[in-house]
Design a protein around this ligand. Structure first.
Ligand SMILES: C[S@@+](CC[C@H](N)C(=O)[O-])C[C@H]1O[C@@H](n2cnc3c(N)ncnc32)[C@H](O)[C@@H]1O
Length: 265
């Protein structure tokens, strides 16, 4: 068994956006070596299929509005498995360090004397940009890249620094942003971001059901209207994801029905 995965230890493993081909080789090695795998709702079926038959699998999936296990319970069951001497993989969608609540789990494990390490994964923003044929940064035009979550507690307004987010030279990758898309657009425009700033909405990135929608910031609320609650979607906002990218895609003959456009593109 591998030297870096002794019994009683835990790896937080990034599962990437869903396509098993986007998993790192290290992630696959750890998944194969594990005695037990705890996985989130957004971990792709193709990734889960790599878990060997006979390995224990436990869903601790959390989906917006439908929390099947709270974070404290998840911390406790992961620690118990490690304390029972198992090699534990905690499989998280994308990269564990990006809106993955990895610190809570690591702190709890460390407090219980359990060794824990992180294996990074491809985050949704990287995968979305790749699927849309875009770059997240753009020389001279997009010098900053901000990852932001638009998830707010039920009934509460988003508490974000809209002035900072509205900087014209920033690309925003908005995670968990579908429900708040109208609020995001309204606040950014009110804070000075141009209404015709290009946006790209990436749904089910890297999965067979992937959709890439494009438009302008002023039309963001309309763009997300057809996206269901159950489909993970990421908003990319900024010049780097401009329609130029779509034209490039069209020029290469790559455009398909997965691509749609709203708001002047
Ligand atoms: C709790 S956050 C976890 C992010 C994850 N750790 C990552 O690095 O991608 C979940 C959000 O990530 C985004 N996301 C994750 N997987 C996605 C996918 N395959 N397609 C589009 N968005 C995705 C969505 O915004 C979703 O609501």
């Amino acid at each position: 068994m591998s030297h870096d995965f002794p019994p009683g230890s835990v790896w937080l493993v990034g599962a990437g956006p869903g396509d098993p081909d986007l998993l790192t080789r290290k992630a696959e090695r750890l998944i194969v070596a594990a005695d037990i795998v705890f996985y989130d709702a957004l971990v792709g079926a193709g990734v889960l299929a790599l878990v060997p038959a006979g390995t224990e699998m436990v869903s601790v999936g959390k989906r917006s509005g439908r929390h099947s296990k709270d974070q404290v319970s998840i911390n406790v069951i992961i620690a118990s498995a490690a304390l029972a001497g198992k090699r534990v993989v905690r499989l998280k969608g994308g990269d564990p360090s990006i809106f993955g609540r990895s610190t809570e789990e690591m702190d709890h494990l460390a407090a219980n004397g359990i060794a824990v390490k992180i294996c990074p994964g491809i985050t949704a923003a990287s995968a979305a940009a790749a699927s849309g044929g875009a770059s997240l940064t753009l020389r001279g035009l997009a010098r900053k890249l901000t990852f932001v979550t638009a998830h707010a507690r039920a009934g509460e307004a988003l508490d974000l620094d809209w002035t900072a987010l509205a900087a014209p030279d920033a690309t925003l990758a908005v995670y968990m942003g579908r429900a708040a898309a109208a609020e995001v657009a309204r606040n950014l425009i009110a804070a000075g971001r141009a209404a015709d700033t290009p946006v790209m909405v990436a749904v089910n990135v890297s999965l067979p059901t992937e959709r890439i929608l494009r438009g302008r910031l002023s039309a963001l609320a309309f763009l997300v209207e057809t996206i269901s609650d159950h489909d993970p979607s990421l908003l990319l906002i900024g010049e780097a994801v401009a329609s130029r990218t779509l034209e490039t895609v069209e020029e290469t003959g790559f455009v398909s029905s997965r691509f749609a456009s709203v708001g002047g593109d």
